[in-house]
Design a protein around this ligand. Structure first.
Ligand SMILES: *[C@@H]1O[C@H](CO)[C@@H](O)[C@H](O)[C@H]1NC(C)=O
Ligand SMILES: *[C@@H]1O[C@H](CO)[C@@H](O)[C@H](O)[C@H]1NC(C)=O
Length: 172
């Protein structure tokens, strides 16, 4: 029979594990890519549903995300396209060197190169311009073919999108 001390230690380690699932525990399954996003203070809706796998170097923040297939959808009149491989460098509140996500602005497909969280807003930068989105548009992951307009009860989120590209005044 286990002594109370051992039980106690077991209990403590168990609760530690439960409250901090982000800790890369040796044996258990690694966090999902959506949990990793949350760890870096980003909403899960940055990535569509159906991520197959990902790699993350937690020292450098360099990551690769693999989708089963390319994925595109329209949100509030804007076409977004996710390639099947998305790469970048993530740190708290900032994703840079992003490759693999494009938005159609007027007639052009532009790469979203940087995503920054600023309080309750997410700023998407395509290099020459940026757009601010309210954070609550991203609490759910969009689905590949229908974005946020799927017939699953999360209709209406799209109305909150304000995709007003504005010139970048400075980069600071
Ligand atoms: C990806 O595709 C494989 C094989 O087609 C399938 O078994 C798997 O469920 C898919 N994964 C996701 C997340 O859609
Ligand atoms: C992360 O990147 C650093 C610097 O490039 C490298 O030294 C290290 O081995 C990488 N770690 C993993 C787990 O790949």
């Amino acid at each position: 029979m286990a002594s109370p001390a051992i039980l106690c230690i077991l209990f403590i380690s168990l609760s530690l594990f439960i409250v901090s699932p982000a800790i890369p525990a040796a044996a258990s399954s690694p966090p999902t890519v959506y949990e990793v996003l949350a760890e870096y203070d980003f909403p899960v809706g940055l990535l569509p549903k159906g991520v197959k796998s990902y790699e993350l170097n937690s020292t450098t923040g360099k990551f690769k995300v693999y989708l089963n297939k390319t994925c595109s959808f329209t949100i509030a009149g804007y076409n977004l396209k996710y390639k099947s491989e998305i790469t970048g460098t993530i740190s708290t509140d900032k994703i840079k060197d992003l490759k693999g996500i494009q938005v159609k602005v007027l007639f052009f497909w532009l790469n979203i190169v940087e995503v920054t969280r600023d309080g309750d807003e997410l700023e998407f930068s395509v290099g020459i311009a940026s757009a601010d989105f309210p954070l609550d548009s991203f609490y759910e992951s969009p689905e590949c073919s229908c974005g946020f307009d799927c017939d699953n009860g999360i209709v209406g989120k799209s109305g909150k999108f304000r995709f007003n590209f504005k010139p970048l005044v400075s980069d600071s």
